[in-house]
Design a protein around this ligand. Structure first.
Ligand code: ADP
Length: 368
């Protein structure tokens, strides 16, 4: 029987458990054995108890659970070849030659590297007499399929990542809570949301909550952003709005690359010579990652998990490593390497202050 392993890696996101459930059950449905690797690449490097066989009932109730029940970790050892050598050995010892990974672009980059090195790693293991030629013979090719788990929706080539809509829902819920008290006291709130190189959460939350002003990394505000923001907030106040909500992505900055911090915005709104608003800062932090997965993430993770198993079973040695995307509402396979390169390009463009290029590389259409 073919053995397929599932792993979660990098930052956790709601919907990862739904993906595990889908992969485990689809693998069993297709006559394969399902395995889970605990604690990301750490588990693969350590082997033994970290690699466990899963049966159908083992994932019962996992569809809605937040986070990942098989653990995730950042693993230094996997960046280095000796770590990957140990991982390859553990795969062979467990009879596994297919790995489905749900993680961010870092995790998926590591996976593709692992696949490219695979024949060399096996060769080395035989040379070192850690494994015999007979042992490695059935595992000539490694199959890797990526699923993108990230609350930031920061992967190029897909419209949504597993977890982003749960995080967005959570942010909106939190802003709703804040709004009640903001209106009561006529206060202003500066809300910091996650997203280092990606303003998707901030932008979508801004639209969905009717925020007064939004700051995102991809589109820095013009030099006069201070005047612009105060003018807009003042206008909203004049027409009777009793609350002010400003949403700022953690990676927001001005056109010169200077960070725009919640404190700066607060000081501006509270300035006694200006708007003089009673202003508070709320950093949402890890509540954005927590809680149950929303309906969309459960659905996305399930369909993509099923597709990932199909991709494993249909892969040939020539197939470039795929990841499972959703594009215009269709689940599809795309080459992983290109998507990772595009994603890294966006981050590089933002760091180099080439914002138009960053915007053109994003899949979401932005406009003024
Ligand atoms: P994410 O997957 O969320 O982007 P990281 O970038 O931290 O998170 O990657 C998670 C793990 O994936 C790392 O701790 C490391 O074990 C592995 N990894 C990431 N990039 C590479 C790489 N270039 N080569 C090998 N392993 C990598």
């Amino acid at each position: 029987k073919r053995r397929i392993a599932m792993m979660t890696s990098g930052g956790d996101s709601p919907g990862m458990n739904a993906a595990i459930r889908a992969v485990v059950r689809m693998a069993i449905e297709k006559g394969c054995e399902a395995y889970c690797v605990y604690e990301g690449y750490d588990g693969l490097v350590q082997g033994e108890n970290f690699i466990r066989k899963f049966e159908w009932p083992d994932v019962r109730g996992w569809l809605s659970e937040g986070g990942t029940l098989i653990g995730t970790a950042r693993c230094m050892a996997f960046y280095e070849r000796p770590g990957r050598l140990k991982a390859a050995k553990n795969m062979v010892l467990n009879g596994i030659d297919a790995l489905i990974i749900c993680g961010g672009d870092g995790s998926l980059t590591g996976a593709d590297k692992f696949r490219a090195e695979w024949p060399g790693l096996l060769h080395e293991l035989v040379e070192n007499k850690e494994l015999t030629a007979e042992q490695v013979e059935p595992f000539k090719h490694l199959n890797i399929v990526g699923l993108v788990g990230s609350i930031d929706n920061d992967m190029s080539g897909t419209d949504a990542t597993i977890g982003c809509y749960s995080a967005l829902s959570r942010i909106c819920e939190m802003v709703d809570y804040i709004e009640a008290t903001a209106s009561s006291h006529s206060r202003a709130f500066v809300i910091e949301v996650m997203g280092r190189h990606c303003g998707w959460l901030a932008l979508m939350a801004g639209v969905a909550t009717g925020a007064d002003f939004v700051f995102i990394p991809e589109k820095p505000r013009a030099e006069n952003w201070k005047e612009e923001m105060c003018k807009i907030v003042a206008r909203h106040r004049q027409i009777g709005k009793r609350k002010t909500i400003v949403i700022v992505a953690e990676g927001a900055h001005d056109q010169d690359g200077n960070k725009i911090s919640p404190d700066m915005i607060k000081d501006l709104l509270a300035d006694k010579k200006g708007l003089a608003l009673d202003t508070r800062i709320t950093t949402l932090g890890h509540v954005q990652r927590g809680g149950v997965a929303c309906a969309y993430d459960r659905y996305l993770a399930t369909l993509q998990g099923v597709e990932a198993v199909k991709a494993v079973l249909e892969a040939t040695p020539e197939t470039p490593t795929p990841f499972i995307a959703i594009t215009e509402n269709k689940i599809c396979r795309k080459p992983l390497v290109q998507a990772v390169l595009d994603t890294k390009e966006v981050a590089k463009a933002i760091e180099a202050h080439e914002f138009d290029r960053a915007m053109s590389l994003r899949d979401t259409e932005f406009s003024d």
